[in-house]
Design a protein around this ligand. Structure first.
Ligand code: DGJ
Length: 757
C-alpha cells in the first residue's frame, strides 16, 4: 500500500496489488478500482470511510439472464452490471457511454482497459481552459489513471484532484491518439460516476431571460433525466450544475451530491437510472455538434467537472462550492477582495446619453459614496441603437468628443474609477468590421444567417479574429484609465461552422469558439492584471464556473426587480457565492416587472451581491438620496463579510410570503440577516428564523435597519439557531390603530446585524 498525503490532509491511498485507489481528506472518500479484466470501477463516493486493503466486496457479480458477457464460459462478468468510471458503448454496457471515438473503418466502439497510474501533489493547470488551482502544493493531491485501447492506439487519462480542506473532487480527461490513423472523438465526458442506487432528488436550475436559475426538484426516475445547452453558452435555460439529494434532505440535514461544470459552452449533465436502480451521473461537453479530430500524436483535453459531497444538506453543498469559487477558481487581484460599489448607466439612459449627462450621473453617485462608474452599451462606432456598431470599438465622437481618455479623466477627477461595456464576441452587419471581414461572422457557407438582437457571432475559433478584438480592446485599455470591463454577450449560436477549417474539423467549431473566448480573456488579464471583468450575457445567460475563472463577478440577471431578484439570487446561491453575483438597485416602476418596491428593499436584496446602482440618482427625492447614502455606508461597513463570509439560505421565496437569508463572517463574530416580506398576509402567523453558522456560545447583540421587537436585544448563538430569531411583523391592530413597530407591507424588508459581544 502506498499513500501520498499532503501536509494539509489530502490523501491518495493506492493499493497497487489490488489496483485500488482511495482519494480522501477525512471528509470524503472516492474509491476506484481496476478489476482483473482491467475495467475501471466506481466503488464509492461519499462521506469518508477508513481505508481497507480491498474494497473488492463492493463489486457484486451475478448471473443475470440476457446479459452480454466478457469472459468466455463465464456468465457473471458483464459490463452492463458493473459500476464504472469511464464506460464505453459496444462491449456490452447499454447505458450511455462516457466516450465514443470514430475510427477509419467506421467503428466508434472503444474498449478501454487499465494501463497504470500516477500521483502528484497539487493541482495541474488545464492548457487553455479554466480549472481549479491551489496556492500551495499541500492543498491538493492529484491522481491520474491511464486507460488504453491498444487496437486503435487510444489513450485516456482520467485526472482526479482531491482538495485538502473541501469535500470535493475535480475531474478531467485527456484523450490521446498514439496509433497510426487519425481518430475522431465524438463524445468525451469530463465526469462519469455510477452510484449504487437511485434514491435521489435531482435539483436543476432552469429559467429564461429575466428569471434565471430557479430551482426545480424531482425524484429520479428510470431512464435519463438531462439538462443541457446547445446554444454554445451555458445559457439562461439550464445551468451546468445540479444537486442530487437523499429524499428529506433539507438545508442543514441529509446527504447531497453536487455537480458543476467549469465550462461556458454546450454541456450535457444527466442522470441515467437503469432497471437495477444504478444511477449513472455524467457531465461534459454536449456530444451534439462536437467531434474532435485527432491526428496521430495529438491529444484532446476535456474541461473540468467538480463533484462535492455534503452530509449537512444543501447548505453544506453550497458552502463547498462557494469555497471552491473563492479559494480555487477566482484568481489574481480580485480573489477574496471586496468589490467596488458601482453605478451603471444602462437603465438610467439606455442609448440616450452624451458625455455631460454621464458625468452628471457620476458626480451625484460619487456624492452618495459610489466608487466606480460604468459606461454601458452605446459609446462606440455607430451604435445609436442595437442595429449597428458592434465590432467597431472606437468611441463615438458625437457622444464622447474627448474620447474615452477624456471621459475617464473626468470620471477619475470626480474620485471614481471608470468601467466600460464591451460585447467582444459580436458584430453587427452595419459595422466597419463586418464590411471589411464579412467572413469573420459565424456562418455556414451558402446558408441564410439568422440573427439575434440584430447581431452575429464573430468566429472566435479563428485566431485572427481574436487577435483583432484583443488589439482593439487593449488599445483602449492603454489609452484610457479603465478599471473594469462589463463583458456582455447577447445572442446564441446558429449556423455554427468554422470557415477557416476543413470538413473533418467542423465538429470542433463550437468548442474552439469557447477556447477563443477564454484565450481573449486570459490575454487581457495577463496584460491588465488589476482589471475586474464582470461577465454578462443578456443578464445571467452565461453564469458558470468557467467564466468565474476569468470574471470574478457575473451580472445575475437583467431583471432588477427586488422580488424577482430574491428568487434569482436565492437559486444562484446554491452553487455560486455572493461575491459572484452582480446585483443593482434600479428605479420603480421596475423596467422588467413594472413592480413598485421600496428603495430599502431594492438595496436590501442587491446588498447580497456585488452591489451597485443602475439609475440616475439625480432623479431621486432628497429623502431617497439620503437613504442611498446610508445604504452605501452600511454596505461598506459589512462588505468584507458579504463578499468573503459564509452564506446561508433561510426561507425560500417560493412561498410568496417571506424570504430570508444570512451571511456570517468567517470568525463568526458578525452576521447579517436579510428578512423580506413578499406578499403580506394580514394578521399573519408567527415567524422565526432559524439562523445558521453562528457560534452557539457567543452572545449576539441585534440591530435592525427597520422596525423590530428584538432591536437592541442580545441572544446566544444557540438560541438564535435552535429557538430561532423572532421575525414576526408585530401586532396587527384595527384600521386606524397606532402601530408602534410600524407595519410590514408587501415588499417590505429589514436587515438584522448580529454582533458578538
Ligand atoms: C444586456 C445586458 O444584460 C444589459 O445589462 C445591458 O448591458 C445591455 N445588454 C446593453 O445592450
Amino acid at each position: 500500500m502506498q499513500a501520498t498525503q499532503t501536509a494539509h490532509g489530502a490523501a491518495i491511498i493506492v493499493n497497487e496489488q489490488n489496483r485500488q485507489f482511495h482519494l480522501t481528506n477525512g471528509r470524503i472518500s472516492y474509491i476506484i478500482k481496476a478489476d482483473e479484466q482491467g475495467t475501471l470501477l466506481s466503488l464509492y463516493f461519499g462521506k469518508a470511510v477508513p481505508d481497507r486493503e480491498d474494497f473488492g466486496y463492493l463489486i457484486e457479480l451475478a448471473h443475470r439472464p440476457t446479459s452480454t458477457c466478457r469472459i468466455d464460459g463465464d456468465l457473471h462478468y458483464s459490463l452492463e452490471h458493473l459500476r464504472q468510471e469511464y464506460p464505453e458503448y459496444g462491449t456490452g454496457d447499454y447505458r450511455t457511454p462516457a466516450i465514443a471515438v470514430c475510427q477509419p473503418n467506421g467503428s466508434d466502439m472503444v474498449d478501454l482497459t487499465y494501463d497504470g497510474y500516477h500521483v502528484s501533489q497539487g493541482k495541474p493547470k488545464l492548457e487553455g481552459l479554466p480549472a481549479t488551482y491551489v496556492d500551495n502544493e499541500d492543498d491538493a493531491a492529484t491522481l491520474s489513471i491511464d486507460l488504453v485501447d491498444r487496437l486503435i492506439g487510444l489513450s485516456v487519462t482520467l485526472n482526479y484532484t482531491v482538495f485538502a480542506d473541501k469535500p470535493a473532487v475535480a475531474r478531467s480527461v485527456v484523450i490521446g491518439n498514439n496509433g497510426a490513423d487519425a481518430l475522431s472523438v465524438e463524445r468525451a465526458m469530463s465526469l462519469s460516476l455510477d452510484l449504487p442506487d437511485s434514491d435521489y432528488d435531482m435539483t436543476e436550475f432552469t429559467g429564461a431571460w429575466s428569471r434565471e436559475r430557479h430551482p426545480h426538484t424531482q425524484h429520479l426516475h428510470y431512464g435519463t433525466q438531462q439538462i443541457e445547452s446547445l446554444r454554445n453558452a451555458s445559457g439562461h435555460f439550464a445551468n451546468p450544475v445540479a444537486a442530487f439529494a437523499r429524499p428529506g434532505a433539507s438545508e442543514d440535514h441529509g446527504e447531497v451530491i453536487g455537480l458543476a461544470f467549469e465550462y461556458s459552452g454546450n454541456f450535457d449533465l444527466h442522470a441515467e437510472v437503469d432497471t437495477y436502480d444504478v444511477t449513472r451521473l455524467q457531465l461534459g461537453i454536449n456530444e451534439r455538434g462536437f467531434a474532435w479530430h485527432l491526428e496521430p500524436g495529438e491529444t484532446f483535453q476535456t474541461p473540468e467537472a467538480l463533484i462535492a459531497y455534503s452530509d449537512e444538506g444543501y447548505d453544506g453543498m453550497s458552502r463547498a462550492f462557494h469555497r471552491l469559487v473563492l479559494d480555487n477558481i477566482v484568481r489574481g487581484a480580485w480573489k477574496r477582495r471586496e468589490r467596488p460599489i458601482l453605478i451603471n448607466n444602462w437603465e438610467a439612459t439606455y442609448f440616450d446619453f452624451d458625455e455631460d449627462k454621464l458625468v452628471d450621473i457620476a458626480r451625484t453617485a460619487k456624492q452618495a459614496g459610489v466608487e466606480l462608474f460604468v459606461l454601458d452599451d452605446g459609446w462606440f462606432g455607430a451604435r445609436n441603437n442595437d442595429t449597428a456598431g458592434l465590432g467597431d470599438w472606437t468611441p463615438n465622437p458625437a457622444r464622447l468628443p474627448q474620447g474615452l481618455a477624456g471621459l475617464s479623466k473626468r470620471i477619475n477627477d470626480l474620485g471614481l474609477k471608470f468601467g466600460l461595456w464591451f460585447e467582444p464576441e459580436m458584430v453587427n452587419k452595419d459595422s466597419d468590421l463586418y464590411r471589411a471581414h464579412p467572413d469573420w461572422a459565424v456562418h455556414t457557407p451558402g446558408r441564410h444567417m439568422n440573427h439575434g438582437r440584430n447581431e452575429f457571432l464573430l468566429n472566435f475559433a479563428n485566431k485572427d479574429v481574436v487577435d483583432n478584438i484583443y488589439g482593439q480592446m487593449s488599445r483602449l485599455l492603454d489609452e484610457a484609465n479603465i478599471a473594469y470591463i462589463k463583458w456582455d454577450m447577447n445572442r446564441f449560436v446558429s449556423e455554427g461552422y468554422d470557415v477557416t477549417r476543413g470538413a473533418e474539423h467542423q465538429g470542433e467549431a463550437y468548442h474552439r469558439y469557447i477556447l477563443g473566448v477564454y484565450d481573449l480573456l486570459e490575454r487581457l488579464l495577463q496584460r491588465f492584471p488589476d482589471l475586474i471583468i464582470e461577465g454578462c450575457a443578456s443578464g445571467g445567460g452565461r453564469f458558470d464556473m468557467g467564466m468565474l475563472y476569468y470574471t470574478p463577478q457575473i451580472w445575475c440577471s437583467d431583471d432588477t426587480d427586488a422580488i424577482e431578484r430574491l428568487k434569482i439570487q436565492y437559486g444562484t446561491s446554491y452553487f455560486y457565492p455572493l461575491s459572484a453575483m452582480g446585483a443593482h438597485v434600479s428605479v420603480v416602476p421596475n423596467h422588467q416587472a413594472n413592480r413598485i418596491t421600496p428603495i430599502e428593499t431594492r438595496a436590501n436584496v442587491a446588498m447580497f451581491g456585488t452591489f451597485g446602482y443602475e439609475l440616475d440618482l439625480n432623479t431621486l427625492s432628497e429623502e431617497e438620496f439620503g437613504k442611498v447614502r446610508s445604504q452605501i455606508e452600511f454596505f461598506k461597513r459589512y462588505r468584507e463579510i458579504i463578499h468573503t463570509g459564509d452564506f446561508h439560505r433561510l426561507v425560500s421565496p417560493d412561498g410568496n410570503e417571506q424570504a430570508a437569508w444570512m451571511v456570517v463572517s468567517r470568525d463568526r463574530k458578525t452576521a447579517i440577516v436579510g428578512d423580506y416580506r413578499i406578499l403580506l398576509t394580514p394578521n399573519s402567523r408567527y415567524m422565526r428564523l432559524h439562523l445558521r453558522g453562528l457560534d452557539e456560545n457567543a452572545q449576539y447583540r441585534v440591530s435592525c435597519t427597520g422596525a423590530s421587537s428584538i432591536d437592541g436585544a442580545a441572544f446566544t448563538g444557540a438560541e438564535l439557531m435552535r429557538i430561532g430569531m423572532v421575525s414576526s411583523d408585530g401586532s396587527y391592530g384595527e384600521m386606524g390603530d397606532s402601530e408602534p413597530l410600524g407595519k410590514a407591507s408587501d415588499f417590505s424588508s429589514r436587515l438584522f446585524v448580529l454582533t458578538a459581544e
